[in-house]
Design a protein around this ligand. Structure first.
Ligand SMILES: *Cc1c(COP(=O)(O)O)cnc(C)c1O
Length: 484
């Protein structure tokens, strides 16, 4: 394909808009409920409101709260509404960010800088967190030179508080729990983590990026929910994404602190630049006004009743998935799909399925589901598939379960499918014991995607030769050891 260039003459608006529509056609079909991650769609009417609210503040720049005081007011009100929902005390403060990742990078930066200021003996700052915590923490640790101490989970998918306690030391600047963690939708034991935090004199951050705008509604609907928000002593900060179950336009998350003395270290101030005094609360310089205005509009448009109705529907989807895949009780009881099991505890709208003992190759089943028009979110350790349930999935959830049962049957009849498609790549990655090798292969994939002309390599790429060779060597070594 020739390299794209700016056209010599500007094109008419409607021509451009129809090209945008045309180019979307091959993308994941979220409006039809075919996605189980990435998208939180609250329907066409809400979508159009988001578009108009975003559009109203398309040009404004929240970098200057002086110039655009209305934006600062929207942001403050979004923070206040979020703080009230999460039972923050009156002293709760916070800011909006571009998303969960920015909220978590700022979390790590804030607590690191506070430790530097208050505990100057901390030379190599560390965070203690469960194995399930989001990779945005790894990104933050990488950027901010903070070391992560990840602790293996309990068998039920929750953080192992006793094991975490043993990893807390003089360099620990932060403890982390998730509500819920993304891989299985399980809520970490926040009350126990809060008690640990208080005992050790270390702050606890709750990553509620996923759950911040869904767990409170589930709790009100009567779902058994362990305490996890600001009601728990020891919880000093919480991140909650508006662009997930807040149904806001993308580019919107909140980061809340119990009070300003906790938040102070978030701010960046530069006073001697010739361009003037420069101060900002987050990673961005220019801050788009659209996501702030749209988030405020989303909270007002949904209201408590709107969120409760959406949450009830999302919960019903999750319940049907649990029963349909895992059977009664959701863990391989009566009914369900033979050969599959559901991971994690039923505390959120996430349902993750994996193979039961002697079950099919999960990645080969995933490929079959994809071929039937579903967007599939593959996970590892163990191989599993993640489903974040939403109201938009309700009309098609039974179809999903039926297609999944068919996919399982098909893979059982065709075991060679494990060596084809994405199953081959994921299967290899899962078995290869060398992390560096996998990293290099994924790095090459990234170079292919971001160095190319914009066409994304198809998923049926052959097995990376390096990985293939390593896997064979590993297999042979294992067999030899087994025989010895
Ligand atoms: C989505 C998510 C994040 C990261 O949020 P982004 O908006 O994708 O940057 C962090 N933690 C959890 C638990 C999440 O679900």
């Amino acid at each position: 394909m020739p390299r794209a260039t700016i056209p010599a003459h500007g094109r008419p608006a409607d021509e451009i808009l129809s090209e945008l529509q045309l180019r979307k056609e091959g993308d994941a079909r979220y409006r039809e409920g075919r996605t189980w991650s990435l998208i939180y769609y609250a329907g066409d009417a809400h979508h159009h409101l988001m578009a108009r609210a975003h559009d109203t503040y398309l040009a404004e720049n929240a970098l200057s709260p002086m110039a655009f005081q209305s934006l600062r007011r929207f942001e403050a009100e979004v923070v206040q509404m979020s703080a009230a929902l999460l039972h923050g005390p009156d002293s709760t403060v916070g800011t909006m960010t571009s998303g969960g990742t920015e909220s978590l990078i700022l979390t790590v930066k804030t607590w690191r800088d506070r430790a530097r200021r208050r505990r100057p003996w901390v030379r190599r700052p560390e965070i203690v967190l469960p194995a399930s915590a989001h990779p945005a923490f790894d990104k933050a640790g990488h950027l901010l030179d903070v070391r992560l101490r990840r602790v293996p989970l309990l068998p039920d998918g929750r953080a192992d508080v006793a094991a975490m306690a043993r990893r807390v030391g003089r360099n620990t600047v932060l403890l982390v729990g998730s509500a819920p963690q993304y891989p299985h939708g399980t809520v970490d034991p926040i009350p126990e983590l809060g008690a640990l935090a208080l005992r050790k004199g270390v702050p606890l951050h709750v990553d509620a990026c996923f759950g911040g705008f869904i767990l409170p509604w589930l709790e009100r609907l009567g779902v058994a929910m362990p305490a996890w928000d600001f009601r728990v002593p020891g919880v000093r900060s919480i991140s909650a994404d508006l662009h997930k179950y807040g149904y806001a336009a993308k580019g919107a998350s909140t980061l809340l602190f119990r009070d300003m003395s906790d938040m102070r270290d978030q701010f960046f101030v530069q006073t001697d630049w010739m361009g003037g005094i420069y101060a900002s609360p987050g990673l961005a310089g220019t801050r788009p006004g659209g996501p702030i205005a749209a988030a405020w509009a989303a909270l007002h448009a949904m209201g408590e009743d709107g969120y409760l109705a959406k949450a009830a529907q999302a919960w019903e989807v999750a319940q049907r998935l649990r029963a349909g895949i895992g059977g009664i009780g959701g863990i391989g009881g009566i009914g369900g799909i033979e050969g599959l099991r559901v991971l994690g505890r039923p505390e959120s709208t996430i349902v993750t399925w994996a193979a039961a003992e002697g079950g099919p190759d999960v990645y080969a089943v995933a490929d079959q589901l994809q071929a039937r028009g579903w967007a599939v979110d593959r996970q590892q350790g163990p191989p599993s598939v993640h489903c974040s349930s939403n109201a938009v999935n309700l009309p098609v959830v039974d179809q999903y379960i039926e297609d999944l049962a068919q996919a399982v049957a098909h893979v059982r009849a065709h075991p060679e499918l494990s060596r084809q498609g994405e199953a081959a790549m994921y299967g290899t990655m899962a078995k290869v014991p060398l992390d560096g090798l996998v990293k290099r292969e994924v790095g090459k994939l990234m170079e292919g995607i971001y160095g190319g002309d914009g066409t994304v390599p198809t998923t049926s790429a052959p097995l990376p030769p390096m990985a293939e060779r390593a896997l064979d060597l590993f297999d042979r070594a294992r067999k030899r050891l087994g025989r010895a």
